[in-house]
Design a protein around this ligand. Structure first.
Ligand code: ZN
Length: 205
């Protein structure tokens, strides 16, 4: 399992059931302690420290925004702006439709297609920022990271990148492992046109 897949799976968990908290710390009181030197702070989990970093990055982005943008006035549209701004720091090659490697997960040669943020990274990022927004006093119904426009954008990015990179993002479901009969013998066909289970109960009898 690659890191990207793991991140995507983690993000899927975050987005699907936002009400359940895995690592909720009930001992945290509402009044925050005064800032302390780093050495005396307990070690944060990777997720928590990443969330803090992301939140700071977004705060910095708001500060540098022209015209300046207050968090309280931040909408889903601004979040989309932020995500697109992040693309310039991306490291994931996303082939354009004109590229000969469009749909290749492992292109044999370099190409001039742009580097972008991978969908899995963006999805996980939004999950963290969404949590951070509410932890920092934001109201959930005002949460710009939970806006419909953001969800739609992420879905579009996922579909676009799946096609461009020849990667299928599968949702990880925690169900009993089901052993399917291997009647689908793999041919050298492409990965996209897998027969989806769209038909239901077309049996005769
Ligand atoms: Zn390309």
């Amino acid at each position: 399992m690659s890191a990207a897949v793991a991140a995507a799976a983690a993000a899927a968990c975050v987005s699907s059931n936002s009400s359940s908290h895995h690592q909720s710390d009930r001992s945290v009181s509402l009044t925050l302690p005064p800032p302390q030197p780093l050495s005396s702070l307990p070690a944060l989990s990777r997720y928590e420290s990443q969330k803090r970093r992301d939140w700071n990055t977004f705060g910095q982005y708001l500060k540098n925004h022209r015209p300046p943008l207050a968090l309280s006035r931040c909408s889903g549209a601004h979040v989309l702006e932020f995500l697109k701004y992040l693309d310039q720091f991306g490291k994931t090659k996303v082939h354009t439709q004109n590229c000969a490697f469009f749909g290749h997960s492992h292109p044999p040669a370099p190409c001039p297609c742009p580097l972008k943020q991978a969908w899995g990274s963006l999805d996980a990022l939004i999950g963290r920022l969404r949590a951070a927004f509410e932890e920092n006093g934001g109201q959930s119904e005002m949460n710009p990271f939970g806006a419909r426009a953001v969800r739609l954008y992420l879905r579009e990015v996922r579909d676009t990148q799946a096609k461009a990179r020849g990667i299928v993002y599968e949702k990880k479901k925690r169900k009993k492992p089901q052993q399917l009969p291997q009647h689908l013998t793999a041919t050298d066909g492409n990965h996209f046109d897998q027969q989806g289970g769209s038909g239901s109960g077309s049996g005769s009898g």
